[in-house]
Ligand binder design. Structure first.
Ligand code: G
Ligand code: MN
Length: 408
């Protein structure tokens, strides 16, 4: 067995903050607090100087006053976005104004705070924002490494008939997510399957349901079937994939629904492949789900880029690394470096990391060396009826890959 390449853990460099306010005293005290928290701080007393600094230096977070002579906070935010799509901007205002707050969020401000603010809150938020920024930047690097996202297939013919057949034959299968170190099943991911050849993947099925105007009907049926099966699981969590549009369905927020009643044991996976911009009030909706007890997972990280804003709004407790990053990781130093950095960034920000699509012993060992403790893939178990048993010590196969005789 080839040993995994040496990996460097995620960069431990200090967080770089740009602090902008036309009140020098306020800049001074805030700077002291942030420096005490171990951050590197650059200060500007007006927006134009700040915009200039952003052009020359890569910051992890910008904290800026709103009302300033010359370039105000909102204009600065726009100037920052021209240069850097990822750096989170925290705006601080002395005169709260609902419209300005709405505009700030629309332009992608990470937070909009009202003075006086507790300095410890600024330090905590700056740290949180910087953590998210680093993950977003890594994600961009990962995409660049893989080239642009692959085009999604789309089926045209006989939409309604196919959809009906698919719905009649649909079933839910489960695949374990294992906690390797203790040899325990941490969760089962519920996956939708149907026998309709025209709609062979859940993505195509949901796309068809959406086009036929039957998305919420299909999603509700899937959620109900999942909960019924998951009730018999003895793992801590069930991971359930949800379509971004499901976030607009009132049924998801019903505490008395079958799913609502077991929310504390469910992680909702939201894929990075889909755009979330059409979900208005995303932050509030996610907060409601979290208050109901759901955990939020970002799925397929590294396979698409839904943007810093949606990642920042989701603030996921769980990050699932796409299998394109897992594949042959033991032979790709760049991949293992990125995965190790992601794992360490997630740990620093109290998120769990799951590596998906693990097929070989070499991939498993390389992922463990990268700091991924939660693993999922054919190597351990294929998706199957509740609940597949885990193969903890599979023999190596001649081709290296897990046997793929049947497609589930
Ligand atoms: O997008 P999401 O991560 O939810 O999709 C998971 C899909 O990946 C499922 O359809 C599942 O069957 C498939 N899958 C799970 N484990 C493996 C694996 O080890 N290799 C491959 N190629 N696919 C896998
Ligand atoms: Mn998933």
């Amino acid at each position: 067995m080839a040993s995994p390449p040496p990996v460097r853990p995620g960069e431990a460099r200090p967080i770089r903050v740009l602090l902008v306010d036309d009140n020098p005293e306020l800049v001074n005290v805030t700077e002291r607090i942030l420096k005490r928290a171990g951050m590197v701080v650059e200060c500007a007393w007006d927006g134009i100087t700040a915009a200039d600094l952003v052009r020359r230096t890569e910051f992890d977070v910008v904290v800026s006053d709103v009302a300033m002579p010359g370039l105000d906070g909102l204009a600065l935010l726009r100037a920052v976005r021209e240069r850097d799509l990822d750096v989170p901007v925290i705006l601080v205002t002395g005169a709260p104004d609902v419209q300005a707050a709405a505009r700030a969020i629309e332009y992608g401000a990470f937070r909009y705070l009202t003075k006086p603010i507790e300095l410890s809150v600024v330090a905590r938020l700056a740290e949180e924002a910087a953590g998210i920024c680093r993950i977003a930047r890594l994600n961009r690097q990962i995409l660049a490494l893989h080239g642009a996202g692959a085009a999604r297939p789309s089926d045209r013919g006989g939409l309604d008939a196919s959809l009906d057949r698919a719905l009649r034959s649909m079933r839910i299968v489960f695949q374990p997510v294992v906690e390797w170190e203790v040899h325990r099943v941490f969760a089962y991911e519920a996956l939708l399957r149907s026998h309709e050849p025209a709609l062979p993947t859940p993505e195509l099925l949901f796309e068809a349901a959406e086009r036929a105007g039957r998305l919420s009907e299909v999603s509700r049926a899937v959620r109900l079937a999942t909960v019924e099966a998951a009730e018999r699981s003895d793992a801590q969590y069930t991971f359930m994939n949800i379509h971004p549009r499901d976030l607009l369905d009132d049924d998801l927020y019903d505490r008395r629904s079958a799913l609502g009643k077991v929310a504390g044991r469910i992680a909702l996976e939201i894929t990075e492949r889909a755009r979330l911009d059409e979900v208005h009030d995303l932050t509030a909706r996610i907060q409601t789900l979290r208050a109901m007890g759901f955990k939020i997972a970002v799925d397929d990280l590294g396979a698409g880029y839904s943007g810093l804003t949606s990642f920042a709004r989701l603030e996921p407790e769980i990050v699932k690394i796409d299998m394109s990053l897992v594949r042959d990781i033991e032979r790709e130093p760049m991949q293992s470096k990125l995965v190790a950095s992601l794992a360490s960034l997630c740990k620093d920000t109290n998120r769990l990391v799951v590596a998906e699509g693990v097929e070989t012993l070499d991939e498993r060992d390389a992922l463990i060396a990268c700091g991924c403790d939660l693993l999922q893939g054919y190597l351990f178990a294929r998706p199957g009826p509740p609940f597949p048993t885990v193969e903890w010590s599979p023999p190596p196969t001649p081709a290296g890959r897990a046997p793929s005789l049947h497609h589930v």
